[in-house]
Design a binder for this molecule. Structure first.
Ligand code: PLP
Length: 230
């Protein structure tokens, strides 16, 4: 929800200790984290330890639907027993083709360039958002070290830390809706996320940065957030 990362190595340790299966939702990681957007499992070289990887085709891949990767036995079992799979209409061929084209694009040099551009935008957003009172609070004072980020830009672009999601935790639902409406009037689409998606009293705005956002747009958004948060 807030772009925070699962502590994968700790989860793998727990899985091993208790003989459990590990299922990882890579919805926000695919296309963003790891070389060619391979996701968190790929970024942390944990393929052998993650039993089931699931993700959506609707975020970085820009199509719709989702996928599950796992053992052949698991996949056969899901095909035959998963109610949501059996009783849903399959994605239309055009959507499947769009998702396949997106995967091909991500695997290409041009796709990797686009992903690195996204990280440039994420780092700019983190720097500017972190300078705002709301951003400092949300990102956590102390965890944010802008000066250090500049020097570690290349490492961050390739390994990635954080994500393209920036939560602005507001609290009240009405306050979140008003802020979203105010930002929309200024030309920014920032949805208000409310109960039951998040806990009562923890309504927030969810800012999603993409590679298509220009630097000036990110600067203007942060200025607007600064004005609305006064
Ligand atoms: C972590 C996570 N998993 C899965 C999904 C579901 O994605 P979709 O809406 O494409 O089914 C979402 C959607 O926001 C998500 O945030």
């Amino acid at each position: 929800m807030d772009g925070d990362r699962a502590p994968l190595h700790e989860l793998v340790e727990l899985k091993k200790r208790f003989g459990a299966l590990l299922i990882l939702d890579e919805a926000h990681a695919v296309g963003v984290i790891g070389a060619h957007g391979g996701g968190l499992t790929a970024a942390e070289n944990a393929d052998a330890d993650v039993d089931v990887q699931m993700g959506t085709l609707s975020k970085a891949l820009g199509a719709s639907g989702g996928y599950i990767c796992g053992s052949r036995t698991l996949i056969e079992w899901l095909i035959n027993r998963a109610r949501s799979f059996i009783y849903s209409t399959a994605p239309p061929p055009a959507v499947a083709a769009a998702a396949l084209a997106a995967v091909d694009f991500l695997s290409s040099a041009e796709g990797e360039e686009r992903r690195l551009l996204l990280w440039d935008r994420i780092i700019l957003m983190r720097e500017l958002f972190g300078q705002l009172d709301v951003g400092r609070w949300t990102l956590g004072v102390g965890r944010l070290n802008v000066a250090n980020q500049r020097s570690t830009l290349n490492a961050q672009r390739s390994s990635g830390s954080g994500s393209a999601i920036f939560p602005w935790i507001v609290g009240g639902e009405q306050a979140a809706l008003s802020l979203a409406a105010g930002l929309q009037d200024d030309g920014f689409l920032v949805p208000a996320i409310r109960y039951p998606t998040v806990a009562k009293g923890a309504a927030r705005l969810r800012i999603a940065v993409t590679a298509a956002h220009e630097e000036d747009q990110i600067r203007a958004l942060c200025q607007a957030i600064g004005r609305h948060s006064l």
